[in-house]
Design a binder for this molecule. Structure first.
Ligand code: AKB
Length: 313
């Protein structure tokens, strides 16, 4: 049977780039993108889906004979704090809908993104291990930690092949993040290239784990391609990319824009960042499916600046 992929949340920072890669891998006819509304520029098959509506997901799965679902829709850490109960409802309801439709329709593989936001004060901040204690302090982190357990539950109880990665902050030139605590690390490049000053909502030494978009996408596809018997972690895999602070990224950008001005005005997002790991230990992902990051802060900065210069020229 042909692989037919449904991407839920295809307009988002990761979803928009992942959808294109999936089209390359499985051809344009075999990838169905979905989100709350259709992007005008989108090329390919698109279905409007509000993932809080299980019946609507069911219709699309039946119509296209879907075999894999990537469920990327969620409200992120910073935005989620504006309305905690609604964030919980949306993040959990959409996940339950995807898991239930997948179970009922014998979907072959499901991808559920988790996040470094699952960690809190109970976990070591440096080289946080995969099996560290999870006591997240944001509603987004709570929904991801619970979601990981639900993913594992569906695997153990129903044999549903759900796979998951705990993404660090994703940095890419292709799309903009929205509502996260790590968003500054994308915005800062846009400001530098537009030769504007940047006001950072984190402190200068707030080190966080990050990953370049190319690495994040490759990790996702490698995990989904790995033989089922190799997947020993059914909650979610830690993956490390690169770790840096606002002052370190600023120093790297200043090698190309020496006059780039950055001021620090930490807000509530600093409290979120302070409870997240500074670096991630990812032995399980390396061992089980060969994970290895390719990009460091220097190469990320060079590519981000080059690509954004083309964009704003
Ligand atoms: C966020 O900052 O909320 C996200 C994440 C790390 O999951 N980028």
């Amino acid at each position: 049977m042909d692989t037919k992929v449904l991407v839920i949340g295809a307009n988002g920072q990761l979803g928009s780039v992942l959808t294109k890669e999936l089209q390359k891998k499985y051809t344009i006819e075999n990838v169905i993108a979905s989100d709350l509304e259709q992007r005008e520029s989108y090329k390919g098959i698109f279905e409007v889906i509000d993932a809080t509506n299980q019946q609507r997901i069911q219709e699309v799965v039946e119509r296209y004979k879907i075999t894999q679902i990537y469920h990327l829709a969620a409200i992120l850490s910073a935005k989620g704090e504006e309305n905690p109960l609604a964030t919980w409802d949306i993040n959990m309801k959409t996940l339950f809908n995807v898991l239930e439709v997948s179970r009922k329709n014998q979907i072959e593989k499901v991808f559920f993104p988790s996040s470094i936001a699952v960690f809190g004060e109970g976990a070591p901040l440096i080289n946080t291990p995969n099996d560290a204690y999870l006591n997240p302090a944001t509603v987004y982190g709570m929904s991801k930690a619970s979601g990981e357990n639900w993913a594992q539950y569906y695997f153990l109880k129903y044999g549903l092949d759900v796979r998951s990665i705990r993404y660090p902050g994703v940095i890419g030139y292709q799309s903009l993040p929205g509502g996260g605590t790590t968003d500054y690390a994308v915005d800062i490049y846009h400001k530098a290239v537009k030769e504007e000053g940047f006001s950072c909502f984190l402190k200068e030494d707030a080190t966080l784990p990050m990953i370049f978009m190319e690495d994040a996408i490759r990790a996702t596809l490698e995990l989904m391609d790995a033989p089922k018997e190799n997947i020993t972690v059914r909650t979610s895999y830690n993956i490390a990319g690169v770790s840096f602070s606002p002052e370190e990224i600023t120093a790297e950008i200043r090698k190309l824009y020496p006059d780039f001005k950055v001021t620090y005005e930490p807000d509530f997002r600093q409290e979120i960042a302070a409870r997240w790991p500074k670096s991630i230990e990812d032995t399980a992902a390396r061992k089980d499916w060969g994970w290895q990051a390719n990009y460091d802060l220097k190469s990320i900065t060079e590519i981000m600046i080059q690509k954004l210069q083309q964009k704003y020229k």
